[in-house]
Design a binder for this molecule. Structure first.
Ligand SMILES: [Zn+2]
Length: 288
């Protein structure tokens, strides 16, 4: 039975990469992947929960490189939301996950967003009294210029909420597609899911990992390449980006981090028996 991904770390050369859970969502799988059918899902029961729903983890990935502490995406934050036809979203555990990992919010110097969808950006604020405060009081918030301008000022229910925009606006640092974030941490443009969607390459020595963002939502897409997410802003471009990424992962053997994957976040895209398979990378699973 699938479960939301636990807190877990891997080493990429001298860099430590840790998945920090914020919450989870359970989605109607054929609504979320409109190209899929109930019959087709019968071939992939391993990715569904006991109710036949697609369990997606929500959270962020902490990069510890030298004295830098970079958080890639945050999560949905302390909220419960229902999206009719899709399923409930629940967040709010990010700061606890960070604490369990031994870090304070004030140690995060940079937050990088792969994109500004609701489940990636809105845990940038925390509850304070009747209002909201920045969850990471010393961080700058790095976002692609294209992405910021797509969402800012819209209070879009699928994107950056008003309280989040208000809190981070003065600390946003707009950047280009290939920005260097910190030693060994570089952005790479992966558009389609959103206009300024970005993945993050972590490199140290001969080791390399790629934080996918929402290029992939579930390992089922390694086999079902035409299954695109209903929220892809440009489905054709998203599919081209997905195919390019899968070829890159398969060819390079780089570790991938799938922030929405259930059970385990880190793995490799391998080929076996004529199909692509997700090979879980358990190096430091369950450790802090
Ligand atoms: Zn997402």
């Amino acid at each position: 039975m699938v479960a939301a991904a636990p807190r877990q770390s891997i080493k990429v050369g001298d860099i430590r990469l840790t998945y920090l859970p914020d919450g989870e969502t359970r989605l109607n799988p054929t609504a979320f992947f409109p190209a899929s059918t109930e019959d087709a899902w019968k071939l992939h029961p391993e990715w569904l929960d006991g109710d036949g729903q697609l369990l997606c983890s929500l959270g962020g990935l902490l990069v510890e490189t030298g004295d830098r502490r970079v958080l890639i995406d945050t999560g949905f934050g302390p909220r419960h939301a229902e999206f009719p036809g899709f399923g409930p979203f629940d967040g709010g555990r990010l700061l606890q996950s960070l604490s369990e990992h031994g870090h304070e919010p004030g140690q995060i110097d940079t937050v990088v967003f792969t994109h500004l969808h609701l489940d990636h950006v809105n845990a940038s604020v925390r509850r304070e009294g009747d209002g909201w405060a920045l969850a990471f009081p010393r961080a700058k918030f790095l976002v692609r210029e294209t992405e910021w301008h797509h969402w800012v000022g819209k209070n879009d229910p699928t994107g950056m909420y008003e309280e989040t925009e208000t809190a981070i606006r003065d600390r946003v640092d707009l950047c280009d597609a290939d920005a260097a974030v910190a030693p060994g941490v570089t952005l790479v443009s992966t558009p389609g899911h959103t206009p300024g969607h970005t993945s993050v390459v972590i490199a140290s020595g001969t080791d390399r990992a790629i934080v996918l963002g929402d290029v992939l939502h579930c390992p089922v897409q390694l086999e079902e390449e035409e299954w695109g997410c209903v929220f892809d802003v440009d489905p054709v471009l998203a599919r081209a980006t997905r195919e390019k990424m899968l070829a890159e992962l398969e060819g390079s053997g780089a570790v991938a981090a799938g922030g929405h994957f259930s059970d385990f976040t880190f793995g490799r895209c391998m080929r076996g028996e004529g199909r692509r398979v997700w090979s879980v990378h358990r190096a430091m699973a369950g450790t802090g």
